[in-house]
Design a protein around this ligand. Structure first.
Ligand SMILES: *Cc1c(COP(=O)(O)O)cnc(C)c1O
Length: 375
């Protein structure tokens, strides 16, 4: 079945009580046992372990990513940490993208050193840099493509091949591309991570994360156990909201990507814009790799550097009427963010860099708003 059909149907289950077409929400935290004290016929015991709404969401996301199973968490960071906790051991070394989500850098540099875990941040636009950073203790390679906020592209087939050659697990944070554009497991990656707070939720009202495993992965069993016993799980209501939102994800992302392409192109020739970062532009340093591993477009995220430094960048955000100045991304509403301010303890962005999340509003309305702001 096509991706759009799966998005609508792969998370539906049959409601035996009322025949509802839409999944009912099971808020019960506990499930009855039979007289012998055995687990009741539907297999549920306690909702931290499993519940029908989480099961539906996990089936849906596994189908969209082409994985064997998926695991829902209470945030993207909880999902990332579940991968770290199950794959790494004291003394392990991890290789991450030098432009990965700043929360991941924060976690690895402030919390994990106490557990003896070391980390190398490498430029993954050339996969040779990954191979050069491998040590005998390297247990995980975590790619992020397009990366945050510079939209660097990592060649996932290359990353997967390096992992297989050196017997190191590979993971990809696929939050920005979504499986609508890129399916890392099909390119040889072992684990996919999502902040489903973003495009999956799509309405800036659910915090959650997902991990998806390729088939035959030994670590799956440990991940399932860590999810249940670690307990950083989303509520049945949040799972239901996500299942509902994912049904329209292909439509939203298609619109967001189409608008982003038009906007990136227009801003790339604007005199008040110093530089545009968008993998769909032919001048992007890894455009060819992006074109081969991203289908149906290049995503709804665009970063720009405004001429005139920090003050000019902030003044521009203040003039916008549709774009709201706020962090996060992937929602129906367009957002713009002065990234350096948001990066807190781990600043890395140029002071005139703005990160733009294109929403589902009309393309021309969005472009007009940006152009009037630039003056
Ligand atoms: C937002 C984000 C995260 C963190 O997810 P939360 O749901 O905020 O915990 C991780 N990776 C990427 C690429 C993100 O955009």
């Amino acid at each position: 079945m096509d991706f759009k059909t799966l998005a609508v149907h792969a998370g539906s289950f049959t409601d035996e009580t009322a025949g509802a077409v839409v999944n009912p929400i099971y808020l019960s935290t506990t499930y009855e046992r039979n007289q012998a004290g055995e687990i009741a016929p539907k297999g549920y015991v306690y909702s931290r372990h499993a519940n029908p709404n989480r099961g539906a969401l996990e089936k849906l996301v596994a189908a969209l990513e082409g994985g064997s199973e998926s695991f829902a968490f209470s945030s993207g960071m909880a999902a990332t940490m579940a991968v770290f906790q199950t794959v790494l051991s004291p003394g392990s070394h991890i290789i991450v993208s030098d432009d990965c989500y700043h929360g991941v850098t924060h976690l690895l540099t402030t919390q994990y050193p106490r557990w003896g875990v070391t980390c190398s941040a490498v430029d993954m636009t050339d996969v040779k840099n990954i191979e050069a950073a491998i040590r005998k203790e390297t247990a995980l390679i975590l790619a992020e493509t397009p990366s945050n906020p510079l939209l660097k592209i990592a060649d996932l087939e290359g990353v997967g091949a390096i992992g297989k050659k050196h017997r190191i697990l590979t993971a990809c944070d696929n939050t920005w591309a979504t499986p609508y554009h890129t399916r890392p497991l099909q390119l040889g990656i072992d684990l996919v991570i999502h902040s489903s707070t973003k495009y999956f939720g799509g309405h800036s009202d659910v915090l959650s994360g997902m991990v998806v495993a390729a088939s035959g992965l030994e670590i799956s069993e440990r991940l399932r156990d860590f999810q249940a016993v670690g307990g950083a799980v989303p509520s049945p209501f949040e799972c239901w909201l996500l299942t509902r939102s994912i049904a329209t994800m292909p439509l939203r992302v298609r619109q967001q990507s189409a608008s982003a392409a038009v906007i990136a192109e227009a801003l790339s020739v604007h005199p008040a814009v110093e530089r545009v970062y968008y993998p769909g532009l032919s001048g992007h340093i890894n455009h060819a790799v992006a074109a081969s591993q991203m289908k149906n477009g290049f995503g709804g995220m665009v970063s720009i550097q405004v001429s005139g430094g920090r003050a000019a960048a902030l003044a521009f955000t203040g003039k916008l009427k549709i774009f709201r100045h706020a962090t996060s991304l992937g929602g129906v509403e367009s957002l713009i963010e002065h990234r350096l301010t948001a990066e807190g303890a781990h600043p890395k962005s140029p002071e005139n860099l703005l990160r733009i999340s294109i929403g589902v509003e009309d393309t021309q309305d969005l472009l007009s708003d940006l152009l009037q702001g630039l003056g």
